[in-house]
Design a protein around this ligand. Sequence first.
Ligand SMILES: [Mg+2]
Length: 277
Amino acid sequence: MCGDGGRDPGEATDDTQMAVLTAESLLERGETDLPDVFRRFRRWAADGPKDIGLQTEAVLTSGAPWDTAAALHFRTNRRAAGNGALMRAAPSAVRFARHGRAPTMGAARRLSALTHGDPAAREGTAVLHELIRVALSGEDPLTAVPDTLAALHPGHRARYATVLAPGWHPDRATEFNGAVWPCLGSAVRALRTTTSYEEAVRAAIGLGGATDTVAAVAGAPAGSVYGIGAIPERWTQPLHVPLPGFGDRVLRAREPAGLAERSAWTAAGCGQGVTTP
Ligand SMILES: [Mg+2]
């Protein structure tokens, strides 16, 4: 982020903020404590972050309890397949990767459902988790797309198969990339058409629209494929993550990467409080 619209260079947006809140909950609770994640999200949303998805904001500020807020929003609005659960997928994907496909996709669905009542958002987030899991296992996530589609709820396979097909182009999107399908399709295409972390993230940003989110969604599997050493230092050096709702906390420099390392360490069974998902 070069800095504009009231942001400093390197200042993280809502995508990273929500990912950090998820990572910290998973690490501190040692399990998927959904009410705890929801409480952290709500505390953040109530303090007026510089950006927040419309749907995420509506759910988190509704006053409804953690286990019904998103469902109530979906029942009322019917359109709730935003990309807001995709963008925060990396920490839980790292955390559950070693447990295999079903636990990883299950965790994705449960965490996604905190803010996104539309099953399409849950299934898309499950796809992204699985692609990250495959990449972390050292395999090519793009070759895992067919098996991943087969693990989706049958009613959602066709639409994801369309946007994840090798020939799909964002110009063919039927919605703005703030929606889950073109966002995921664009991110996977960015990975498919490039050969480095930097190129993948640049390709995602170059598509326009919800650039921070498409880049976050592309960056998570790209980082899993190319490794932390592939992330340019001129990008990580100015990075800082303010956390509204949590005092004056700002994560700087390598702290976000440290969270990822601790998540992977915990997932490997080397940390405290590891539980079966
Ligand atoms: Mg954003």
